[in-house]
Design a protein around this ligand. Structure first.
Ligand code: FES
Length: 179
């Protein structure tokens, strides 16, 4: 029998996990971002459609290869930023998302941070070829740093796996020598 204790998700998280809103790839997105979490190795893609004149987000969708909390957080985040100007969307943080969900278990905070980091990464990408607006910090925020680019995430995870394998073969070697 499994000794794992099920996480105490509130009903809103479970409802959005079962019936997420804005789930799926947006073929005609103006900007997209793919980001992964170093905490768990999960990934998320965010797609935004932006009105060029007003800089308002007219549509936001996501694809998640993460957990229930990440799916619920991304779902509610896309709902929260829809209709907002990019500057306002930038101001949405993971605590806002957690509050809107009625709270996330503390071990799942990083799942909300991943959603926000990916969203901010998408907004930053939108301004890649444009002058950086004054409200956007020059340096990546902690959420953006948490949401690593795919290549960086793979690099870190590969190193992690290599270290574990090396430690394992060292242990096996030691066991052999002690026999
Ligand atoms: Fe990875 Fe939630 S555990 S996103």
């Amino acid at each position: 029998m499994s000794s794992r204790i099920p996480l105490a998700y509130n009903p809103k998280v479970l409802e959005l996990f079962r019936n997420p809103k804005n789930l799926g790839k947006m073929e005609d997105a103006d900007v997209e971002a793919l980001a992964g979490s170093i905490a768990c190795g999960d990934m998320i893609a965010i797609y935004l459609k932006v009105d060029k004149e007003t800089e308002r987000i007219s549509a936001a969708t996501f694809e998640s290869y993460g957990c229930a909390a990440n799916i619920a957080a991304s779902s509610i985040m896309t709902e929260m930023i829809k209709g907002k100007k990019l500057e306002e969307a930038w101001g949405v943080n993971w605590k806002d998302i957690s509050d809107e969900l009625g709270g996330l278990p503390s071990v799942k905070f990083h799942c909300g941070i991943l959603s926000v980091g990916a969203m901010r990464r998408a907004i930053r990408t939108y301004f890649k070829e444009k002058p950086r607006p004054s409200w956007m910090p020059e340096e990546p925020t902690p959420d953006e740093k948490h949401a690593l680019e795919e290549e960086k995430l793979l690099e870190i995870l590969t190193k992690r796996v290599q270290k574990r394998m090396e430690a394992r073969s060292r242990r096996m070697q030691e066991t052999k020598e002690n026999k």
